[in-house]
Design a protein around this ligand. Sequence first.
Ligand SMILES: Cc1cc2nc3c(=O)[nH]c(=O)nc-3n(C[C@H](O)[C@H](O)[C@H](O)COP(=O)(O)OP(=O)(O)OC[C@H]3O[C@@H](n4cnc5c(N)ncnc54)[C@H](O)[C@@H]3O)c2cc1C
Length: 385
Amino acid sequence: MAGYLLARAAVPVIVLEKHADFFRDFRGDTIHPSTLELMYELGLLDEFLKQPHQELRELRAVVNGQTVPIADFTKLPTHCKFIAFMPQWDFLNFLSTNAKGFPNFQLLMQHEVVDLTFDQQRVTGVRAKTPRGELEIRADLVIGADGRHSVIQERAGLERQEFGVAIDVLWMRISKKETDPQQTLGFFQQGKLLVLLDRGDYWQCGFVIPKGGFDAIKARGLQQLHKDIVSFAGFLRDRVAQLDDWSEIKLLTVQINRLRDWCRDGLLCIGDSAHAMSPAGGVGINLAIQDAVATANLLAGKLRTGPVSVDDLRKVQARREWPTRLIQAMQVFVHRHVVTGQTSRRKDSLPFVVRLLKWFPILRQIPARFIGIGPRPEHICSRGR
Ligand SMILES: Cc1cc2nc3c(=O)[nH]c(=O)nc-3n(C[C@H](O)[C@H](O)[C@H](O)COP(=O)(O)OP(=O)(O)OC[C@H]3O[C@@H](n4cnc5c(N)ncnc54)[C@H](O)[C@@H]3O)c2cc1C
């Protein structure tokens, strides 16, 4: 997204992606109303909505067997009053295909950044591993958008604060049938959670487990895991045995962390590279996009003519840090009080917040706004060609 916006604003950009394609399974699928609004502002919305996707207007969860509404997106002041579900690889292919229309945009696949280059304290570029050997690329600005295992952040020596997370996620696929219930998303039960993402002909399942608990689950055996899944979503009973080998079940470690400084001379980190997000609320993709928009808004004008100062880079952090802090605080709260909290462990009980949402429909607009738009939404201010 940062590459798209900077190239659109006539800044020469090279995007390096270490894989040969964008086909990663592990990144979630939610495109929120805030991101859809950006697509509208860029004139891409009609084309975007032609891509295969599902639309979720109301977020519901099954908590200890009771279906409860959590968020109502239909009253949001945005063009799209829904979350679009689109696998992230389709979204990235869509963005990069459109970016390739800009003469200043270059996407180099299978180019893995392995190090930074420096001139004294200033970052001057990157070294990348490619199928044709190692390559050095010099740049006025290196943007670290390489996710939560960021090499760029690590090589830049930026200090990271970790916020303890008590959960990990098991990630697996189970086929879908037409008779299955509509997308509900979350099944909470006595301090456990199963998330189902509708990916057309299969359910992408995320089963939340206590951190470090995978070995114990393996020791109990696959059949016990099948039983656990069915206890959340009974309609999967006739298919859960499709998970017949542990290799089909991936362990995703969940982290929440944030850099103290998102930049240094010649380098800026954004997205998960600056602040790794948990899946709670499904907001990480959209927050990363907000960072990209702020980056282009604040820096494109200056980058057109050359390097930017550290003070310029700090403005991006200053703009995006408090929305990030707020959302990460919400994620920590959800982990403690909804997913693993005491209240959710009691049979048949509903956490107090969830009860309020059930009793007072108007309150559902609050989570809708927080999840769907988020604090301090960005708008496209960087100039087009
Ligand atoms: C289990 C799980 C489920 C989630 N579900 C959701 C969800 O439903 N909705 C949501 O909004 N968020 C979700 N999140 C959070 C979300 O995935 C992240 O916050 C979001 O993907 C961050 O985007 P990013 O562009 O910063 O990083 P990433 O999406 O991680 O992208 C980084 C990119 O950089 C590439 N890369 C990495 N290292 C290098 C390198 N050295 N050189 C070149 N390229 C490199 C990677 O291949 C990748 O393409 C989930 C997170 C987890 C752990």
